[in-house]
Design a binder for this molecule. Structure first.
Ligand code: OGA
Ligand code: MN
Length: 206
């Protein structure tokens, strides 16, 4: 099978990794090409239209009241054996990134998990860490955005709480953000009058 992403496209991995090492997080605007972003966005909206998404949980027991105070996104996990060409392209890109990361940083990542996320206008995810206390398999967080033409006044920014202070990232389509799951606290602010689409996931050592 011919691969979609050649070695030139590994250039955008460098700012993700060096940012993570030097600053606490890295971001790259061309992690995914526009045709993959558009296909994944269509998938996500179709999943929502056909009621496949469900409220995201926190912790082990799902308590809707308590939960919605912390996060309001709806999610759908991606399946590794997907037949969808855009999800296959996404996973090919993720695996290329993992190989690059393991080669350059000896990180020993050997598994991953990703879900689509849909934030209604007004919904948010309060300040948190991504690693569970009960399970430390999640080593790195990798969030990719699927929004078209996002502007600062649309809200929905990601705040990362670093030693040096707060850094902000807008959820622009094709952009990825990368950081250590057990170290970097972060928060999704409410978006204004439009929904906010992403794929959030974790690189794991199991
Ligand atoms: C998460 C998360 C960040 C974002 O899903 O755990 O923090 O910008 N997402 O969507
Ligand atoms: Mn998170």
């Amino acid at each position: 099978m011919k691969e979609i992403f050649d070695t030139d496209s590994e250039a955008s991995f460098e700012p993700l990794i060096s940012g993570m090492i030097d600053e606490g997080f890295g971001s790259a605007d061309d992690f995914l090409p526009p045709w993959v972003v558009a296909g994944l966005r269509t998938n996500l909206l179709h999943a929502r239209d056909t009621d496949l998404m469900h409220p995201a949980g926190i912790g082990r027991k799902f308590d809707f009241q308590k939960n919605t105070l912390v996060r309001g996104d709806e999610i759908l996990w991606l399946e590794k054996d997907t037949k969808d060409p855009f999800e296959q392209a996404f996973f090919e890109r993720v695996e290329q990134f993992i190989q690059y990361l393991n080669r350059s940083c000896y990180t020993g990542i050997n598994d991953y998990e990703f879900h689509y996320a849909y934030y209604e206008p007004g919904s948010f995810y309060k300040r948190h860490l991504d690693q569970f206390k009960s399970n430390r398999a999640r080593k790195f967080s990798l969030v990719t955005y699927l929004n078209e033409d996002w502007r600062p006044d649309h809200g929905g920014r990601l705040s990362l709480y670093l030693k040096e202070g707060e850094k902000e990232v807008l959820p622009l389509g094709g952009r990825a953000v990368f950081f250590k799951s057990d170290e970097i606290e972060h928060e999704v602010h409410p978006s204004a009058a439009r929904y906010r689409l992403s794929i959030a996931g974790w690189l794991k050592s199991v």
